[in-house]
Ligand binder design. Structure first.
Ligand SMILES: [Zn+2]
Length: 216
């Protein structure tokens, strides 16, 4: 670890804001944070519309936007409640090569908010694709997931909702559901495929690159 990085990390530990930043965060918690390993609590249905829960939902959407992600779960903003959000925009999808879009079965998903979601497997066939997670930042690995699932739960207004997802959105939904039970993709990945996504840049730059924990 370089002297500058050491100094910055020391600064973070001694920062006047230390202990004052309370969840829900506007950054994403990283592996090692015990909250990523807890089984999250159900949200009492009469609490969904309270300012506390609405704040968690709003913060999940904010962080989802900030990181340009396709899914975000409450433990990733430091809250152990059963809430996740997902969305895949046309803009995000169109950044991928056509083969990737077809091969992974990507399609547009509008912003969807799930409180107390339950997952039902619709198609038990499993497909393997490379997956990553903002809480295991800068790494990826190959993960088998069911081809088609149904998510039922409650939306932001506490109304019952349900949706069937296949292909890539089914993967997103399974990934986010796992977060609510303290599971990460690294638990079920093919370990030999685990990689640092910038390993080539590490060589090109003589090792002088940093992994930021925020998108900015
Ligand atoms: Zn994740």
């Amino acid at each position: 670890m370089g002297i500058i990085r050491k100094a910055l990390n020391l600064y973070a530990r001694m920062s006047p804001t230390r202990g004052k930043i309370k969840p829900p965060y506007r950054h994403v918690t990283q592996i090692g944070d015990p909250r990523l390993r807890k089984i999250c609590d159900e949200v009492p249905l009469n609490k969904i519309k309270t300012p506390e829960i609405q704040k968690v939902i709003d913060q999940l959407v904010l962080v989802l936007n900030r990181y340009g992600s396709v899914g975000m779960s409450a433990p990733q903003v430091g809250i152990n409640e059963r809430i996740f959000v997902m969305r895949h925009t046309a803009q995000q999808i169109n950044r991928e090569p056509v083969e990737v879009i077809n091969n992974r079965g990507m399609y547009e998903v509008p912003l969807s908010i799930y409180v107390n979601p339950k997952l039902k497997i619709v198609d038990y066939q499993k497909v393997i694709h490379t997956e990553s997670c903002e809480s295991v930042r800068a790494f990826s690995g190959d993960v088998p997931r069911y081809k088609e699932v149904e998510i039922t739960g409650y939306n932001k207004d506490g109304e019952p909702v349900s949706q069937i997802y296949r292909g890539w959105p089914a993967r997103i939904a399974q990934h986010e559901m796992d977060h609510l039970d303290g599971k990460l993709y690294i638990d079920i990945m093919d370990r030999r495929t685990f990689q640092c996504v910038c390993w080539e840049e590490v060589n090109i730059s003589n090792g002088k690159i940093a992994i930021p924990f925020t998108p900015e």
